[in-house]
Ligand binder design. Sequence first.
Ligand code: ADP
Ligand code: ZN
Length: 746
Amino acid sequence: MPAVVRVALPVPLARLFDYLPPAGGVAVGSRVLVPFGRKKLVGVVVASGVEAAVAGARLKAVLSVLDDAPLLDAELMQTLAWAADYWLAAPGEAYANALPLALREPRPLPQTTEPCYALTVAGRSARDAGSRRGSSRALLDLLVAAPLGAAELDLALPGWRPAAKRLLDAGLIEQRTPEASPPTPSAAPALNAEQEAAVSAVAGALDRFQPFLLDGVTGSGKTEVYLALIAQALAAGKQALMLVPEIGLAPQTLRRLRERLGVPVEVIHSNLAEGERARAWLRARNGEARVVLGTRSAVFTPLPQAGLIVVDEEHDGAYKQQEGFRYHARDLALVRGRALGVPVLLGSATPSLETLANVEAGRYRALHLRARPGAARPPQVQIVDMRAQRLDHGLSPALLAAVAEAAGRGEQALVFRNRRGYAPVLLCHACGWHAECPRCEHPMTLHAQRRTLACHHCDRHAAVPPACPASGRAQHNPQGQGTERLEEALAARFPGVPVLRIDRETTRRRDAFEQLLHGLQDDAPTILVGTQMLAKGHDLPNLTLVAIVGVDEGLHSVDFRANERLAQLVVQVAGRAGRARKPGRVLLQTHHPDHPLLRGLLAQGYAAAARELLVERREALLPPYSHQALLRVEAHQRADVDAFLAEAHAALPDDAALRIAGPMPAPMPLRAGRHRGQLLVEADTRGPLHAALRPWQHALAALPSARKVRSYRGRIRFPRPEVGQWADASLYKASPWTMPRRFPTS
Ligand code: ADP
Ligand code: ZN
């Protein structure tokens, strides 16, 4: 057998590929161009000088080596191999995912420096004279404060490039090389005792791996703790990586990092132009970038001089990638911290149950911030019992009175409802007919303004019928309330107060959300109606009342994580109230005022409710106290689903450690015209489950019945069942610490 190089290629196959080495050899971690079928692909060398797995005659040779030195260092190579194995991915897709798109092309690496843009004298006068409009004007307004690079402009003004071209041509702006000397850092506030204790605990571990949970409500000063620690890492000559769940939260954090640290901060996120993303990634790899702030995918940034990793809002579901190569950025951050030998700081006001279980087991150290330096008293939360109440479009008298009071004081009120549209059901009272999606057998949501019925499961749209198709009666009755209906009801009820709806429909345009939020900074009374888009850390200083409606659905979900998410959502939404000097009030409207979760949450807060939920998980043998893998498939014919799942069941090893539930219909047995079924495999410990999954995955692909089904996750479908069918609950969420401690070597 000849010596070959083993290459990870971006194809959805759970294997690596062997090629004859190029003259002069090639190092592990370098990119190579290789023939693959009739195509040429860029791959990453994962092993060199190894023995071929197939006979020499069939081997093709590497076409060219793209990197003189390895692009991916040993730590990233090891972490990616681990991740591909842990999340049952096609290895090549894991490597491809780690590289910015521009680096997956067979081209030389881009230059890492890029000029920034600044106003000229003429530009300043043009701006003062207000002679430009639209995006040109917005760009001038941005640059008047300070010159900005392309990465920052991507963040602040998506689509800025045509405007920049126009202004450059007109001589109103110019390109400069970036400033050599960054701004002088601004002074940090004196930390309080709890912050001080948190900082010194983490600082004491700056040279080794240790996970920490920084548990503190919004406004308790977590960001100040991150800043102090990042400053310490910088002072020690190290790099820091900070992850945030959403790009919407990045600008304010970026500003604080820049002002405080006085060093350039790289941002890496999905709105970034590909060239920028590659440049930022390379600057981190060169060590030029000292601080990297980014969303989920930034967890793959090379950190040759790593000193600290921070994951803010660690409980947030946005850290979970659900398409293609699926991973959890928080868990991957921990794996990287271990490989790099640096502390990992997870921050949250509502930590995930997995993280709390790791604290309980002594794997993570918890640090608490209980005081709120910047804000007033915590908001006062109160349950509104809806039973036997006269409701106005689902709103109780107590809720309406509270809204009237807040508006009367000139303050803002938020009515939170996690459901878009006018009404979830359109019913005929005469005969009981309701509008249903024929492809999903679920009620269709009425969107009154758009005069359409929409299926929120498969996106099917239909016209609102003029009369009931069953009884012929012309009167329909919308049942239940969506944000659109609440907006209408509140506007009718409070004619003098502006009512603003914030959901996916009113914020379809890219910057619409930011603009809506911007208008809320001043002191005018406003009623907001919104979905969970409003739950995250946006600061609304004049918001003093939060009314949560429609939590009851969350209490009855089949998803075992529904209660946890509901508790987090309630606490996060409630945290929007009374952030500045004005005290806040929170109303929770429910038909189940005695539900233990709601009671516990209100009486004792999130920590106690989470402890209670963990006890339930332990008793029910649910993650994180057990481990699950879920196989889901769908097909046009129910029989094809059943046949495949029966064979899949039979293909599982006969291991007493595995508990198998199913085959059974999926929670939505029909969606978009396809029948869906699932098989759940559980084990008390991860070892036996994980050991069974890879062989099972290969066996499933070989089943003849596999050709008739597709795997899916949500709306995402996969052409073949051999890849990505693992809609595995625990593989995403549970901590990696239950995995074998050793990294796999290939
Ligand atoms: P979190 O990240 O937990 O929401 P922040 O770090 O943003 O909290 O702090 C909330 C507010 O309180 C900010 O305006 C911050 O500047 C201020 N703050 C935090 N810690 C202190 C402190 N020790 N002294 C004075 N102000 C502080
Ligand atoms: Zn449908």
